[in-house]
Design a binder for this molecule. Structure first.
Ligand code: KPL
Length: 326
C-alpha cells in the first residue's frame, strides 16, 4: 500500500514516522522546501519515552510542486493520501494537487480538527473518496525533523458524512479502509473503523472548543485548565452551549462529555494546546473551524451561544491583525 502524507506538523510527522517504522511505503509532502531538505538530509527523528529512532522517509515540498505547476511532483500513485494540514492551509492549489495525486484510484483521509472542510475538499475530490480520521494521539513537533509522541490515544476512521446520509458502500472502499485500519494498528495506533464519524467528529469538536480557546487565552497548559472553580465554570458553559448547538443540528452527543473533557485535560496535562501554540507564535488559529463552527450551528438552530461568541471574539482579537481579518 502506497501512502502520501501531506502536512508535516506534529500529527503528520508522528503518523509518517510510525507508519515508516512499521515498514509502510510512505512519503511526506511538507509545506516548505526548507523542511523537505532538512528531512531528506537528516531523516525524521521519532522520540518515544527515552527511545529515539531516525527514519528515512522521502520528502518533497508543496512549495516546489506548486511553483512548478505540478511538474515537479513525483509520480507517486498513492492508494491513500493522508491530509494532516490544518484547515487554514487547505488552499485551492493544494486541493488541486491532491486531486491530481489521487488519480481517481486513491482515497483521502482527512485528520483536521473541527468541521466544514469536507464540503470544501469535496469540490476537488470525489466526495465518495473522502474519509475522516479523528485521533486523540498526542504529539509535539520539536523541529522540522523531530517529533515527540507525547501520549497514546485512539483513532477512528470512516466515511465523511454525506448530505443524504449515505456512506461509500462500494466493496473497494471497504477493502481500502480495512487496509488502512490494519496499517495504523501495525504502526502502533489503536484504530477502529466507524460509521458514526459525524458523532465522533462533533464530540471531539466539543472537547476542543472548551480546551483550546481557554488555554490559549489564559496561556496555560491543558492540565492547569480545570484547576480553579472559575475556569471550570467557563468550561461548563462552553460545553453546555456546544452540546445544545450540536443537538440542534441533529447530532447525538455523549452523556459523559464533561468527564471526557476532564480526562483529556489530565491525559494531555503537560501539552500546550494547538491553539495556545498558534497564539504564542503569532499564527492564525483554528478558532473559525472550532468555536466558529459551533456558532454557525447555533445560529442555524436559533440557539443562544453567548460564551462561544465572546471567546471567539477574544481569540480573534489575540491574533495578529492580518490573520484576524480573514
Ligand atoms: O487536540 C488538542 C489540541 O491541542 O488541538 C487537545 C486534545 C486539546 C490536546 O492538546
Amino acid at each position: 500500500m502506497k501512502i502520501v502524507c501531506i502536512g508535516a506538523g506534529s500529527v503528520g510527522l508522528l503518523v509518517t514516522a510510525k507508519l515508516a517504522a512499521a515498514g509502510a511505503d510512505v512519503v511526506l509532502i511538507t509545506r516548505t522546501e526548507q523542511q523537505a531538505s532538512a528531512l531528506n538530509e537528516s531523516g525524521l527523528t521519532l522520540q518515544e519515552g527515552d527511545n529515539a529512532k531516525v527514519l528515512h522517509v522521502p520528502a518533497a515540498s508543496f512549495e516546489r510542486i506548486d511553483a512548478t505547476g505540478g511538474q515537479d511532483m513525483p509520480d507517486y500513485r498513492p492508494d491513500w493520501v493522508l491530509l494532516t494540514v490544518k484547515q487554514k492551509h487547505l488552499s485551492e492549489p493544494l486541493l488541486l494537487t491532491i486531486s491530481k495525486l489521487l488519480r481517481e484510484q486513491g482515497r483521502l483521509l482527512c485528520f483536521q480538527n473541527g468541521i466544514g472542510h469536507v464540503d470544501k475538499i469535496g469540490r476537488y475530490v470525489p466526495p465518495a473518496c473522502i474519509d475522516l480520521a479523528v485521533t486523540t494521539e498526542g504529539a509535539r513537533r520539536e523541529s522540522a525533523s523531530r517529533v515527540v509522541h507525547t501520549g497514546s490515544g485512539t483513532t477512528w476512521i470512516g466515511c465523511a458524512d454525506r448530505k443524504d446520509g449515505s456512506g461509500d458502500s462500494r466493496p473497494e472502499a471497504e477493502i481500502a479502509q480495512k487496509l488502512m485500519e490494519k496499517a495504523m494498528n501495525e504502526a502502533g495506533f489503536p484504530t477502529f473503523l466507524s460509521n458514526q464519524m459525524k458523532e465522533i467528529v462533533w464530540n471531539k469538536l466539543l472537547i476542543n472548543a472548551v480546551i483550546n480557546p481557554l488555554t490559549a487565552l489564559l496561556r496555560i497548559r491543558n492540565g492547569e485548565l480545570p484547576a480553579t472553580g472559575q475556569r471550570r465554570q467557563l468550561m461548563k458553559e462552553l460545553l453546555r452551549e456546544g452540546i445544545a448547538a450540536a443537538e440542534g443540528s441533529g447530532v447525538r452527543t455523549r452523556d459523559d462529555l464533561w468527564e471526557q473533557v476532564l480526562e483529556v485535560c489530565a491525559k494531555t496535562a503537560r501539552n500546550e494546546s494547538s491553539m495556545l501554540q498558534d497564539v504564542s507564535a503569532g499564527r492564525a488559529t483554528e478558532i473559525e473551524w472550532i468555536n466558529g463552527a459551533i456558532l454557525d450551528a447555533a445560529r442555524k438552530g436559533n440557539i443562544p451561544a453567548p460564551t462561544h461568541d465572546t471567546i471567539y471574539k477574544l481569540v480573534k482579537a489575540a491574533q495578529p491583525a492580518e490573520e484576524a481579518g480573514r
